[in-house]
Design a binder for this molecule. Structure first.
Ligand code: PEP
Length: 259
């Protein structure tokens, strides 16, 4: 699977003011530069709060860090009377590579729908950002055994109308809601099952070659101790890490996952 560069992504959520962000990023960069270990296999990305992005940009550009970054959300609009919203064009100007779309905390707390995710993906593309689309079922759905059907429906709704070239560069993060911030981790088999189902769905909607390029991540209580096993899944191309990304050393050890 490693024609697809593994992506190790850290979602800082609403943690780290800009001073803390600088300290964390410096420590992460310093750890990733440590010659004792090889971190070169993966692309490492962080997703700080909006208010940290300017500081992150200065640090990454100024010190030429081997870290890319993105935002945790964006507006589906480009500008105008949308108080409190953030346009993709601002994020692009701040040097963002990626943007999370439809994180489960946006879906549950802010009621974001697949249609809104679809519009946000279009907005990301208008501004040259790569969307990291988050999908995944809650516990009630998992208990009914309908988790694959549920997650694929979210996927279809969120990418409706997208051209194949966009799907090839898209990142999809499978994040079972019951595993986020709970310490409950989906087994490596569960992560691979869903990643394979997502890839097969993309192959059906588009074609095999397109589906073979899309990177599919797992997210949900990932940490250094379980990332290696999760990344064994042949369709699992990385992890989206919440809590464990706030510790530079822990996050760096995820980035040098043992296979
Ligand atoms: C997340 O927020 O995307 C996430 C996976 O969180 P955690 O790793 O803390 O479960």
């Amino acid at each position: 699977q490693f024609d697809r560069t593994p992506l190790i992504a850290g979602n800082w959520k609403m943690n780290m003011d800009h001073v803390q962000a600088i300290t964390l990023l410096q420590k992460l960069a310093w750890t990733l530069d440590d010659a004792k270990h090889d971190y070169s296999r993966a692309e490492v990305a962080v997703f700080p709060p909006f208010t940290d992005l300017r500081s992150v940009q200065s640090l990454v550009d100024g010190d030429d860090l081997r870290v890319v970054y993105g935002a945790q959300d964006l507006s589906d609009k480009d500008s105008g009377a949308y108080t409190g919203d953030i346009s993709g064009q601002f994020l692009a100007k701040l040097g963002c590579t990626y943007v999370l779309v439809g994180h489960s905390e946006r879906r549950t707390i802010h009621g974001e729908t697949d249609e809104q995710c679809n519009a946000k993906i279009a907005a990301a593309h208008r501004h040259g950002l790569v969307p990291v689309l988050c999908v995944g079922e809650g516990l009630e759905v998992r208990q009914t055994g309908e988790h694959v059907a549920f997650t694929l429906e979210q996927l279809r709704g969120s990418i409706a109308g997208l051209e194949a070239e966009r799907v090839a560069e898209l990142v999809v993060a499978y994040e079972p809601v019951w595993a986020i911030g709970t310490g409950e981790v989906a087994g490596p088999g569960d992560a691979q099952e869903m990643a394979a189902a997502i890839r097969e769905e993309l192959a059906g909607l588009y074609d095999e070659a397109t589906a073979a390029k899309t990177r599919i991540l797992y997210g949900g209580s990932a940490k250094a101790a379980n990332a290696g096993a999760i990344l064994q899944g042949k369709d699992v191309d990385g992890v989206l890490v919440g809590g464990a990304s706030l510790d530079a050393e822990e996050f760096a050890s995820i980035a040098r996952f043992e296979q």
